[in-house]
Each structure stands twice: as C-alpha cells, then as structure tokens.
Design a protein. Structure first.
Length: 255
C-alpha cells in the first residue's frame, strides 16, 4: 500500500555546500546520508519525520553510467549534465513493494521488478531498501521504495527521534505537498495512472497518504522562474518562507 511521499531527489553539484545552503536558507538540517560506493553517488538527507529531502551528488560518473539498475543516480546525472540543479525525481513509500509491483504489472504497468539497494552511513552501518523503477525524469512518474525498518536510521528509536526532531527553522517540519510544473498535464497525469494507479482529481491533485502531489502547466513567461514547489508545514509561530534555492521553490507556513 502506498504510504505517502517518501523522499525528494534533488541533484546538486556539491552536496555539502547544498546541505549548508538548505539549512541556512530554508532552516532544514541534514542529519543523515552517506555514499553509494558501487554506484558513484553520495548524499545528505534532511528528514521531515519519515519523509526526507535527498541532496544527491556524483563522485564518479563512470560508476553512475555503468550502474544500469541505479535509476536514481542516472536521473540525477542527467539533471547535472543538462546544466541544472534541482528535482530529478521523487519516491513514494510503500509497505509492500513486492505485492504492489505484482498488482501494478498485472494491470499493465511498465514498472520494473523490485531491486535491493544499500548505502553506507558515515558511521559504517549499512542502510537497506528495495525499489521499483519506471522510467524516471522530472516530468515522469515517481518510483516506489520500501525501507528495511531496522538499525540506526530506520529502526524504531531512529524514527521516533526524527518525529520529534526540531529543525533550525524553529521546530518540527513536515512535507505537505509537491507541486510539479509540466509542459502538458494530460499525458503526465495519464502516466501516473498507468504506471502507479494514481488518479488525479479535478485540478490535477492527488492525495497520497497524508501528502498531495499536484500538476500544473509550466509558465515559461513568468517573471519568477517556474520551479517545482515544495510546501512545508512548520510548528505554530514558525516564520513563513517563500524562497528559491537548489532549483526548487520552498514555501513554508507556520500557521
């Protein structure tokens, strides 16, 4: 079953610099991350409860290109080689990736079979998960991920600590919605339905768990660059925010 937005994959040229900028500008502290040693990428993670922002960079292009099953790395590399930082793709969390993928494929979805993944933390612990990928891209459907709920990053104590974590923004912060500018909402919305069985309501909004995914027609003539919008909810009294950084528009409300 789909649980909600698991994480946003934001491709950046310098992961440490991006993490510092995200904390200084948006007030989100990166408290996790590590290296995909065999796949050529590394990351920092800013957790919003169990949802997180992944700032991902490339340390070895040849490894990324040769890792044909690591679609996230290739999506991030494609962004960077197109000359931009920003949202490369995102993931939806599931608690039953094998069953979900079997049902989707039986209904005609082109999503790939689940594959195991892992990352080594800075403390040496290995974090494990299973993912299922369609073809990825900024205007393509997201992928699915099921975490192994164990260890220092996904065990019960870690998840409880994240739920209570106070960011520099002024307290706990949660992801409310992701709004994506696309060239044409009709084919993109149809792809979400074909690949993941997600149905959009009038206005091109879809509820996934406690969060919302929205599509809108990109406005190339806007005075302000038309970027994906990440809407955050802070604790009451947290200052409101509306800023562009790392190829994303961040909007936070404390009301």
């Amino acid at each position: 079953m789909l649980l909600g937005i698991d994480h946003l994959v934001i491709a950046v040229r310098d992961v440490e610099a991006a993490a510092s900028a995200l904390e200084a500008t948006v007030g989100l502290a990166s408290t996790g991350g590590g290296r995909h040693e065999a796949m050529g990428t590394y990351n920092r993670l800013a957790f919003l409860g169990d949802t997180y922002v992944e700032l991902i960079g490339v340390f070895d292009r040849s490894l990324v290109v040769s890792s044909t099953t690591f679609a996230v790395g290739n999506a991030a590399l494609a962004c960077l080689e197109a000359g931009r930082e920003g949202l490369a793709t995102f993931a939806l969390a599931t608690d039953a990736v094998d069953a979900d993928v079997a049902a989707l494929r039986a209904a005609g979805s082109p999503i790939g079979m689940p594959v195991p993944g892992s990352r080594t933390r800075q403390d040496g612990e290995t974090v494990r998960w299973s993912t299922a990928f369609p073809e990825l891209g900024p205007e393509r459907a997201p992928f699915l991920i099921e975490h192994a709920y164990e260890g220092a990053e996904w065990g019960p104590q870690a998840r409880a600590a994240r739920a209570a974590f106070h960011h520099p923004a002024g307290g706990r912060v949660r992801l409310v919605s992701l709004e994506l500018p696309v060239a044409d909402v009709d084919p993109v919305g149809a792809e979400y339905g074909r690949v993941l069985g997600i149905a959009f309501s009038e206005g091109w909004r879809a509820q996934v768990g406690e969060q919302e995914v929205a599509l809108r027609v990109a406005n190339e003539s806007a005075e302000r660059q038309d970027l994906p919008v990440v809407r955050l909810a802070g604790e009451p009294g947290t200052p409101d925010l509306d800023t562009d950084i790392l190829g994303v528009r961040w909007v936070r409300s404390g009301h």
